[in-house]
Ligand binder design. Sequence first.
Ligand SMILES: [Zn+2]
Length: 272
Amino acid sequence: MRIFPKRAFANFLADSGILSVVSFIRGHHRDSLRVLCYHEINQEDVDAFEAQLLYYKSNYRLITLEQLLDILVNGKKDYGRCLAVTFDDGHKVNMSTAVPLLKKHAIPACFFLNTKPLSASDREHRDFSVKAHQREHEFVDADEIRALRDSGFEIGSHTHSHPAMPGIGIEEAEEELRRSKEILEGIIGDKVKFFAFPYGGKSSISRSVLKVVGKYYDAAFSTFRGFNTADSDLYCLYRDVMQPLWPLSTVRYYIEGGKDGRTKKKMASMRD
Ligand SMILES: [Zn+2]
């Protein structure tokens, strides 16, 4: 796992209160909206991940993506310091690690899932995983998706086959958006309103895909870091990739905006 390289500096910024002062000047001490993006939580991550959840619970209002959309679309005021928790890829291990902790602490979450593994043979499942995630993982099945939904979690799409979308034609990209939505809606018997771009950074989102994602979804999430506001692009909302083993000082550094400075530059270099 890649450890945050400037941890000492991050700890200093978080612990010294400098970030809190910057946050105060920007008004984020009152109202702020950030979305967190986790992937798999392995058994050895559970204690550190629970400490992060407890930190969020004591310092933030934890909301669903539906509530986040309501704040953004309806211009809600005085919504407080909010965080929404999301998980990408549908790693099966989360059913026995993250999910029990989320339930224990009554924390809402959205799971962004790929639909290709649902109908794949073991061999195809493995090939998909190695191609999309560089190594073999197991993913949730349809029964587990229904169980997540029945427990009150939100289900979102992460495409059918996890491509970097600028690398495929716009027609194929639309098919990834449409097909995954249709399959997930068939499983949960309800609308799938949210989408998360695979990888989610500047080389995996293109302006042409941003133009069509709204045909299928009410909101879409990148992995550009930042505070979401009423001015944010609903189809390219900011999200922070988090690591479960990060200490709380690193977590604070990110969610108080310590790494937001490069976002504009990264977004400007997005492909057409
Ligand atoms: Zn992914």
